[in-house]
Design a protein around this ligand. Structure first.
Ligand SMILES: C[S@@+](CC[C@H](N)C(=O)[O-])C[C@H]1O[C@@H](n2cnc3c(N)ncnc32)[C@H](O)[C@@H]1O
Length: 404
């Protein structure tokens, strides 16, 4: 291999050895895979120690793979001979730019673009719910390499934090708080922001989660065994999320391709369904009920099923002629009926604002916790029938599923 390429690799190895490595980018790809654009290489801290994460950007998807520091040089050598024409190494000591020509290559060095080493999870501030330096946030494009939340991702970041705070509070108040193993399903996991954040938070020993401090203070921290599955119908998101889970050694976290309705979760402790569209939320709630989940958390979105059916009573006709009013009424009736149906199945429910509407229009959160006492089925049935009757609603999807 060309001496400049070898020198470039040696500089990367040196940066890794003396902790001055910031990042490395391979670009200007002219190889056989026309959809490959670039590869970014960063350091990540996993349970198994420091690794290098290679994130490949294709036209329509990203893939992620990690390598031990010992494997880094060989992997870099392999990628550098695969058709990239440029490679840029950033270290706190200096920048190195490699231009690879057909016959020769050229290596130029310059002053460092940054003198700050990127933070990794290792440096994280203890006891926060979500660590902005977590590698998955960088891989998903929410945080920069320095562990700063990108301005365009602040709303998402707020949502992730709020969600983990709510989840942590629910577990703390339930019998699940003392369980050593939890089975969780996230229905409609999308890009996996919440799935990764929940898994990362829950797999930490209670001490690092900021709870049960006195129980563990004299002992080795206990790491709960978390088995978590994200279910998603878009295959490209499944591939990306599984890559990231593997890169981060998130053993116990997997993503499966399929629809919520077709997925059989078995017995589970927690069911999550955030922003699953329209009746997909009903499918998810139904699965949670059948799976006997102790906690069900849903943030429903688009309430089309009921909106189409509403025939306003005469008294409200003048009000519900406005689209926005009809929209809000559909939301209220849908989530209200879902809440009643969950109560009928033995859950205690809460409906509240997830995060303020200025950050997202989809902001109802429906939380259900399984109770031991029986519910007053007749009374709830009457309430459901009355609401449906007043608004001329023939069917509600969750109710149909529960009857089937
Ligand atoms: C708006 S995204 C929300 C993702 C994630 N839960 C969050 O809140 O960040 C909704 C995701 O649910 C998926 N989805 C919707 N209906 C689904 C179904 N019936 N089965 C599986 N996935 C579904 C969509 O493909 C999409 O990725």
């Amino acid at each position: 291999m060309d001496e400049h390429v070898e020198k470039f690799i040696a500089e990367a190895e040196k940066g890794l050895a003396d902790d001055t490595f910031v990042k490395l980018i391979l670009s200007n790809y002219k190889g056989t895979d026309r959809s490959l654009q670039k590869i970014s290489v960063r350091i990540i801290e996993t349970k198994k120690g420091k690794h290098l994460m290679f994130q490949s950007r294709f036209d329509t998807r990203d893939t992620v793979k990690n390598f031990s520091i010992a494997e880094a040089a060989n992997e870099l050598r392999r990628r550098l001979s695969s058709g990239f024409r440029n490679a840029h190494l950033f270290t706190t000591g200096g920048d190195f730019q490699l231009d690879i020509g057909k016959r020769n290559s050229r290596l130029t060095t310059g002053k460092p673009t940054t003198k700050a080493r990127p933070a990794t999870t290792h440096d994280r501030a203890k006891r926060s719910f979500v660590d902005p330096n977590a590698f998955y946030l960088k891989a998903l494009g929410i945080a920069t390499d320095k562990g700063e939340i990108k301005p365009s991702q602040r709303d998402k970041w707020r949502q992730i934090n709020k969600f983990i705070e709510i989840l942590a509070g629910l577990i703390e108040q339930s019998e699940l708080k003392d369980k050593k193993a939890l089975k969780i399903v996230d229905m409609g996991s999308g890009k996996g922001y919440l799935t990764f954040a929940a898994f990362d938070y829950l797999q930490k020993p209670a001490r690092e989660q900021g709870r049960n401090m006195n129980v563990e203070s004299e002992q080795q921290p206990v790491r709960p065994r978390i088995q978590m599955t994200g279910v998603e119908q878009r295959p490209e998101l499944i591939a990306l999320c599984n890559d990231i889970a593997k890169a981060g050694n998130f053993d116990g976290l997997k993503f499966v391709h399929g629809t919520i309705a077709d997925f059989d979760p078995g017995e589970i402790d927690i069911l999550i369904a955030l922003h699953a569209c329209d009746t997909a939320t009903d499918d998810a709630l139904y699965k949670g009920i059948v799976a006997n989940a102790s906690i069900i958390i849903a943030a429903p979105c688009c309430h089309k099923e009921i909106r189409k059916q509403i025939k306003p009573p005469e008294m409200l006709a003048g009000i519900l002629k406005h689209g926005i009013m009809l929209e809000r009424t559909a939301e209220t009736i849908t989530d209200g009926l879902r809440s009643l149906l969950l109560e009928r199945e033995g859950y205690k429910t809460k409906l509240f604002e997830f995060i303020a509407t200025e950050h997202t229009p989809k902001n109802n959160m429906l939380v259900a916790t399984l109770q031991t006492r029986h519910s007053n089925v007749d009374k709830i049935d009457m309430q459901i029938a009355e609401v449906k009757n007043i608004f001329g609603i023939a069917r509600q999807y969750l109710e149909e599923l529960l009857k089937s």
